[in-house]
Design a protein around this ligand. Structure first.
Ligand code: HBI
Ligand code: FE
Length: 291
């Protein structure tokens, strides 16, 4: 799973000279072995998309210059994205500081890891690489609702930093952009990048009996701690992607005040007020604690 990748402090790969932390992608310098790693990941994950990823994700993927045989060139991706939703993809060495990350998003630039994971890390790595960032995030950036929502998250992130409420906002990002599910007419589907870029979590989040699946509620999510080293114990489900549009337009300040006065919730905890779509058995996390 890729759940740990947003949990680390930035800077392990070293700070580039640029104040915005961008670096050249250096597409010409990827090796045949690196393209081969992309191909392995791309092929196994593309096979899982039908019946697991939401229509917006599948459509976005179809309209992007993404192919199995090579790591994508960010210039070509940006050409297409710019025309569709006004977004671009820029290369960064790995995790970047929060304010740098938010500033990029607020300007409709998605910072994507330049590097690709090593062959022994196919299912788990700590920093976001080009596969997580491009395969997981970029298809949804072709969707106008997600395009506006992630920009609003960047603006909201800068504001949350000033207010000292970043942990609350981070949970919203985590349980939507990274690990969100949506109810489609033909079934439960993935839109979160952390799930969509992980084979094992794709199956776990949608099909396994272990996790809770609860209807999304903003203040409930703001209170909920999350796991960075394992699958989620609870996934929050939108009735429709348009719910993100509403979130992009509301001021979170009132919610921050109310939530700050309420207790935090454990990742697997259910509340009397939850609209529970599936009450998880908890099997997966119980067995890991016992191990
Ligand atoms: N940097 N490159 C990169 N990608 C991220 O997703 C990212 C980051 N820095 C900070 C960060 N995410 C999160 O901690 C914030 O969303 C809260
Ligand atoms: Fe991500």
């Amino acid at each position: 799973m890729l759940a740990a990748l947003h949990g680390l402090a930035a800077g392990e790969s070293g700070r580039p000279d640029n104040a915005d932390w961008t670096i050249p992608q250096g597409w010409e310098h990827y090796t045949a072995a690196e393209h081969a790693t992309w191909k392995t990941l791309f092929e196994r994950q593309t096979k899982l998309l039908p019946g697991h990823a939401c229509d917006a994700f599948v459509d976005g993927m179809k309209n992007l210059p993404l192919a199995a045989h090579e790591i994508p060139d960010f210039r070509k991706l940006s050409d297409v994205l710019l025309r569709h939703t006004g977004w671009q993809v820029v290369a960064v060495p790995g995790l970047v500081p929060d304010e740098v990350f938010f500033d990029h998003l607020a300007k409709r630039r998605f910072p994507a890891g330049q590097f690709i994971r090593k062959p022994h890390e196919l299912d788990y790595l700590q920093e976001p690489d080009v596969f997580h960032d491009v395969f997981g995030h970029v298809p949804m950036l072709m969707n106008p609702v997600m395009a506006d929502y992630i920009q609003a998250y960047g603006q909201g992130g800068l504001r949350a930093l000033q207010l000292g409420k970043l942990p609350l906002l981070s949970r919203v990002y985590w349980y939507t952009v990274e690990f969100g599910l949506v109810q489609q007419a033909d079934g439960l589907r993935i839109y979160g990048a952390g799930i969509a870029s992980s084979r094992t979590e794709t199956l776990f989040s949608v099909e396994d009996g272990s996790p809770n699946r609860v209807a999304f509620d903003l203040e409930r999510v703001m209170r909920t701690l999350y796991r960075i080293d394992d699958f989620q114990e609870t996934y929050f489900v939108l009735d429709h992607l348009d719910q993100l549009l509403e979130l992009a337009h509301i001021d979170f300040a009132g919610a921050y005040d109310r939530v700050s006065a309420a207790p935090e919730l454990q990742p697997g905890e259910l509340l009397a007020g939850d609209r529970v779509l599936h009450r998880g058995s908890g099997r997966h996390h119980a067995s890991r604690k016992g191990a």
